[in-house]
Design a protein. Structure first.
Length: 290
């Protein structure tokens, strides 16, 4: 999970959301509001609401950590509009734009579901019971649209699991623990193996790029690209033009690859502590900003 940059909705779409939320908020008690949220979510308030949610989904796609990829696991296709605050417990957030992100069905329906914990005034975890209104409003879950997840956790590239940042206060620690627990981000073998694959991919691409940039002739550059050199349109292009082209091409490959949390940890940690990575970043320091 990484911080998501929220974008404003078109005014007409925001008006539709505000109207749906106002209908929910008009309920006389929690159960009434909860049922209103459930029913309106199912129907989206009719044709106008469904049309608005088509635009909402497109806008959420623009905010994904990688094109169309789940913002929780960074692995599967992001197909579901996810409520960070579950609407069954927080109907007051059912139609709030800042409560939405795109997640995959596995994370949304297989892991997060309506699992919900809040933090009381003494900094203790309280499990919210189904059908009950939460007694406290501090959600024990990292909200990547309002908080920077990297303040709470980092990806350990020795274990490929998330570790808690040092010196967290109690509430932050509880948010970290419950986020990892609910989504099982450290238990899902598929994710751990995919992070390893991403790590190797990033290293392979960055190492090959440095070799390309060190090339003293076009022939040497094409040799590095073997066996794909015949696919490269290099006729009439100078060595420097080709180097510039490949630097931009490899940069795009890296920043668009799955599991951007792996790349983030490489930049923040491995580039400073691991010799093989440090050498690559010393030669190509601008990669620290990719």
């Amino acid at each position: 999970m990484l911080r998501l940059v929220s974008k404003r909705l078109p005014k007409k779409v925001q008006i539709v959301l505000d109207g749906l939320q106002a209908t929910v908020d008009a309920g006389v008690d929690f159960n009434t509001r909860k049922e209103a949220a459930k029913n309106l979510w199912s129907t989206k308030g009719g044709v106008v609401g469904k049309h608005a949610f088509e635009k909402i989904s497109k806008k959420l796609l623009e905010q994904c950590v990688f094109v169309g990829i789940c913002n929780y696991c960074e692995h599967n296709e992001a197909s579901d509009v996810e409520h960070i605050y579950p609407k069954s417990f927080f109907p007051e957030h059912a139609f709030r734009w800042d409560n939405y992100l795109l997640a995959c069905k596995t994370c949304n329906s297989g892991y997060k579901l309506d699992k919900c914990y809040v933090i009381d005034n003494d900094g203790q975890i309280v499990t919210v019971q189904r059908g009950a209104e939460p007694a406290y409003k501090t959600l024990a879950f990292i909200n990547p649209k309002e908080e920077d997840p990297t303040r709470y956790k980092y990806l350990n590239l020795k274990t490929f699991k998330f570790d808690e940042m040092t010196e967290l206060d109690r509430i932050s620690r509880l948010k970290y623990e419950k986020t990892i627990e609910i989504l099982e981000l450290n238990l899902r073998d598929t994710l751990i193996e995919a992070r390893k694959t991403a790590y190797n991919y990033y290293y392979s691409r960055l190492r090959q790029l440095t070799e390309i940039l060190k090339s003293e002739t076009k022939e040497k550059l094409l040799e590095i690209l073997s066996p794909h050199e015949d696919e490269i349109d290099h006729a009439g292009k100078s060595l420097e033009v080709l180097k510039t082209h490949f630097k931009e091409s490899y940069r795009k490959d890296i920043v668009r690859f799955q599991h951007p949390s792996v790349w983030y940890s490489i930049k923040m940690i491995e580039s400073k502590t691991d010799t093989k990575w440090r050498r690559l970043f010393e030669y190509l320091p601008e990669a620290a900003n990719w």
